[in-house]
Design a protein around this ligand. Structure first.
Ligand SMILES: *[C@@H]1O[C@H](CO)[C@@H](O)[C@H](O)[C@H]1NC(C)=O
Ligand SMILES: *[C@@H]1O[C@H](CO)[C@@H](O)[C@H](O)[C@H]1NC(C)=O
Ligand SMILES: *[C@@H]1O[C@H](CO)[C@@H](O)[C@H](O)[C@H]1NC(C)=O
Length: 322
């Protein structure tokens, strides 16, 4: 039995997702992963064209260090995570994705942004947007069959030199762009939600995102610095989600009630409110993961206070929260 948090769900979920989440139970993540993997390997026995992710309920969770998982992207997808991330390194015009281990020495030729993320995402979206005699105009369904209007946030964490690497990322998105699957900004004012919302983080240069009036990528602004001059003009048009380091922002928190001191709670509320006033969702990474009691108490408080995404490494555990 899964217990709903007392808080309303965050704005990153589409209205349909939020309603479903409030009324339904999650199907176990493990069997979903098996379903996803079985279907990745070419079975034609679909019960209906878009049932690839059937039964998976989107949850407002960021699959943290997703590229470390044995099966990147699909593991987060099978748990319903509305958000995922990859660390990318540019070498000889190819974007490599880090795996478990130490920085450069853990890179391998086979693990690229294209092979681990772009192609699998495209593959899932093609399954969710089939051409059948019943489809009269092209669809733009998202990765979740239960909630086709739910976007997948995809954070791309630039590890090598910002400008070169970011330009390579923008080029690497071309297959998703050609298929019309990306969330776009037009004339610096109109957002059109697509199945995938790209957010540059790490070394991504703000000046290669913010000033551009027509684009299909966004920027992960620093949540605790939104009042600084540099970020004063940042709204959801630039940064749909802003993030910050939990430990650096709050220091240590208590593992007995109350988790936050009054001062910490004021900081948390001010940061979330400042973000919300500009249409931006809040996310903290580097939240405590141990002891479990503390990890869970922090997740619960963050949800109650209205963060947009929880950051989680243990996806089975976080799924229990919804
Ligand atoms: C990059 O290219 C150079 C020159 O062709 C080659 O020596 C080097 O091994 C390549 N590095 C990677 C990571 O592919
Ligand atoms: C687009 O809007 C942002 C603020 O959201 C601004 O900084 C930028 O200069 C604008 N770009 C153009 C081309 O007008
Ligand atoms: C940002 O500035 C506004 C206006 O002064 C203030 O109300 C808000 O609390 C500030 N936000 C943060 C996170 O300090």
């Amino acid at each position: 039995m899964r217990v709903l948090p007392s808080a309303p769900t965050s704005s990153v979920l589409s209205a349909t997702s939020a309603a479903l989440l409030a009324s339904a139970q999650l199907v176990a993540g493990t069997s979903n992963l098996q379903n996803v993997l079985k279907n990745t390997h070419g079975s034609d026995e679909y019960r209906y064209p878009t049932d690839f992710t059937r039964g998976i309920m989107p949850i407002p969770v960021h699959s943290h260090n997703d590229y470390w998982r044995d099966v990147p992207f699909y593991t987060g997808l099978s748990h319903g995570c509305a958000s995922t991330e990859a660390d990318v390194w540019l070498y000889n015009d190819t974007l490599y994705v880090r795996t478990v281990g130490h920085e450069q020495s853990a890179l391998t030729k086979a693990r690229t942004l294209e092979s681990l993320y772009i192609n699998p995402i495209l593959d899932v979206l093609k399954k969710q947007n089939p051409t059948t005699p019943f489809v009269t105009s092209p669809t733009k369904n998202g990765v979740f069959d239960t909630v086709s209007d739910q976007t997948l946030y995809f954070f791309i964490d630039v590890k090598t030199s910002g400008p070169e690497t970011w330009n390579a990322v923008v080029s690497a998105l071309q297959p998703l762009r050609d298929a019309g699957y990306l969330t776009t900004l037009k004339d610096n004012k109109t957002i059109t939600n697509g199945p995938v919302t790209i957010i540059g983080t790490g070394n991504t240069p703000l000046d290669l995102v913010g000033p551009i009036a027509d684009r299909d990528y966004f920027y992960d602004a620093p949540l605790s610095s939104l009042n600084d001059t540099e970020y004063a003009g940042v709204t959801s048009l630039i940064s749909p989600i802003a993030s910050d380091d939990f430990q650096a922002t709050f220091g240590s928190v208590s593992d007995t009630d109350p988790v936050f001191t009054d001062e910490q709670l004021n900081t948390l509320r001010a940061q979330i409110a400042t973000a919300k006033s500009r249409g931006i969702g809040a996310r903290y990474w580097d939240t405590p993961y141990y002891p479990i009691r503390l990890r869970n108490a922090v997740w619960r408080e963050l949800l109650r206070e209205g963060v947009a995404l929880l950051n989680a490494d243990d996806l089975d555990a976080v799924a229990e929260f919804f």
